[in-house]
Structure formats: C-alpha cells, structure tokens
Design a protein around this ligand. Structure first.
Ligand SMILES: C[S@@+](CC[C@H](N)C(=O)[O-])C[C@H]1O[C@@H](n2cnc3c(N)ncnc32)[C@H](O)[C@@H]1O
Length: 273
C-alpha cells in the first residue's frame, strides 16, 4: 500500500469511529475485546477525576494507549500541540494544565474527528484550545512555536515517521519537550507476527521497535531520549484472534512475551538548536 493509500485508509477508519461516537456509541479498536469489554489497550487510561469535567463524547472517543498529559511536564502559560488529537481528550486536559495564559492545539487530518473535537470544545466551554486540520507529516505551525508536543497512539500510524519527528523538532522551541504515548516493540519480533498483533490491537499499525524509535528521534535532532513502559501486553490476551489466523500461540508466546508494550516516549529539542 502506498503512503497515500495508507493515509486514506486511516482517515476512513477514524472517520467511521468518530461517527460511532456521534451516534451515541463508543470508539472501538480492532479485535481485542471490543467496546463492550475491557479493552487492554485503550481502557482505564484516565482517572475519574481527570474525566469528570470532560464532555462524555470526548471520553467515549478516547483511542489512545497512554495518558501523555499525566506524565508530561506542563506548566501554566505554555503552548502544547497534540499530534493526531482525535476527539480531543488530551487537548482538553492539556488546556486545563496550561491555563488561560497558555494554549493547546490539536492537529488531525480526519474531518469527522475534527467535527467531534470542535463539538467537544464547545461543550467544554474552553477558549484556550484550537483544533487544526492537517497532517502530522506537515504541521501547519511556524518554527519554534510550541513548548510541548504530546501524542497518543498516533505516530505508529504514519508511514513517514522520520518526517513526523523532523516536523515535531521544527515546531518545538529550543528546550521544548516531546511527550508521546505509543505502542512499541521491545526487541526482535518477526514482521508477520508484529502485523498480526497490530491487527488484534486495532488502532495501531507500523509499530516501531524501541531502538529504532530512539535512533529516529536522535536523527531528527532530539536529545534526552527515554522510553518508559506503561503497559505490557500478554500474547495470551490475543490467543483467540491469533489462533483464528492460523498462528500457534504457545509457540509464539516464548518469542513475544513482554515485547509488545505501551510506552511513554520522552525527548527534548536541545536548547542550542
Ligand atoms: C488512535 S487515534 C488516537 C486519537 C487520540 N490521540 C486519542 O488518544 O484518542 C488516531 C488519530 O490520529 C489521526 N491521524 C492518524 N494519522 C494521522 C496523520 N498522518 N496526520 C494527522 N492525523 C492523523 C486519526 O485521524 C485519529 O483521529
């Protein structure tokens, strides 16, 4: 599939998920225990104290694999950008943290997600938020405009991750921080198995290996790179799905146990950049 075709497929999929939420449902990913159940990737990411004041639809549309605003350092007056902001949950949480003297941008390419995010902003009644239409590979902001970039389970979806990281570096101010939740593979896992686990997880594709992630960040110019596991997935949870695809889970388990993780990835744009 070409990069353009991948992008169109991603837009179509997230457009449908946004409409599910608008129609009173919950955003769902993949074949992991779906909406009705306790999805091991997207559920229980936020505390009830964090979600209490948010519009229900912002919470129902949450499709992340972490809670970047809980782990990121965010200070009053700062400017935050969320790459692939979806229904806007992390943008609304960031806006609270940076206060009225700060600003939170969300960037997404899917019209239906943006419509949902704008509606969530209206319901939340917040003014220090702006949702932008665009691609994370071509961020529509000036150089050195942002203090913190967050993202929640989106970088894996890009077929040009180097470009995304170069763009993130460009728009960050010197000394600015990248604070991203993403699914990551630790160590070598055969590509076919990676693809099948990604299909099971659903909202991810093109998951990077941890060292590849570090190398790409360093190549884009970042320093202070850190990859901290926040959840470790058990291959056993995907048994039914993988078995239905003709894979022998007992054999796979030894090769993959502990290797699929959600991680909080931090890096900094050097002050001298
Ligand atoms: C897995 S969802 C995560 C949404 C949100 N971060 C959250 O935690 O709920 C991925 C989102 O990223 C957006 N997206 C994916 N690839 C993108 C790209 N290349 N440029 C802009 N947005 C993108 C999709 O439209 C979708 O809203």
């Amino acid at each position: 599939m070409s990069a353009e075709e991948t992008k169109e497929t991603v837009k179509e999929k997230y457009g449908q998920i946004a409409l599910q939420v608008v129609n009173g449902g919950k955003g769902c990913c993949g074949s992991a225990p779906t909406c009705a159940g306790d999805n091991p990737i997207t559920s229980r990411l936020y505390t009830s104290a964090e979600t209490a004041d948010l519009p229900t639809e912002a919470v129902l549309a949450s499709l992340g694999c972490g809670n970047p605003t809980a782990l990121a350092e965010l200070n009053p007056g700062e400017t935050v950008l969320d790459l692939g902001s979806g229904g806007g949950i992390d943008v609304l949480l960031s806006a609270k943290r940076v206060g009225l003297t700060g600003k939170a941008y969300g960037l997404d390419m899917t019209d239906e997600m943006l419509a949902l995010a704008w509606e969530n902003q209206r319901k939340a009644g917040v003014e220090n938020v702006e949702f932008l239409k665009g691609e994370i590979e071509h961020i529509p902001l000036l150089d050195n405009a942002v203090d913190v970039i967050i993202s929640n389970c989106v970088l894996n979806l890009s077929s040009d991750k180097d470009r995304v990281l170069t763009e993130a570096f460009r728009v960050l101010k010197p000394g600015g921080r990248l604070a991203v939740s993403d699914v990551v593979v630790r160590g070598a896992v055969p590509t076919s198995i990676r693809r099948n686990v990604e299909l099971w997880i659903g909202c991810v594709a093109g998951v990077l290996e941890e060292d590849e992630y570090r190398t790409k960040l360093a190549r884009a110019g970042f320093d202070a790179i850190d990859v901290e596991p926040t959840r470790i997935y058990r291959i056993e949870d995907a048994r039914e799905f993988l078995t239905s695809r003709g894979l022998d889970v007992d054999t796979l388990a030894a090769q993959t146990e502990g290797k699929f993780i959600s991680a909080f990835v931090r890096a900094r744009k050097p002050v001298t950049a």
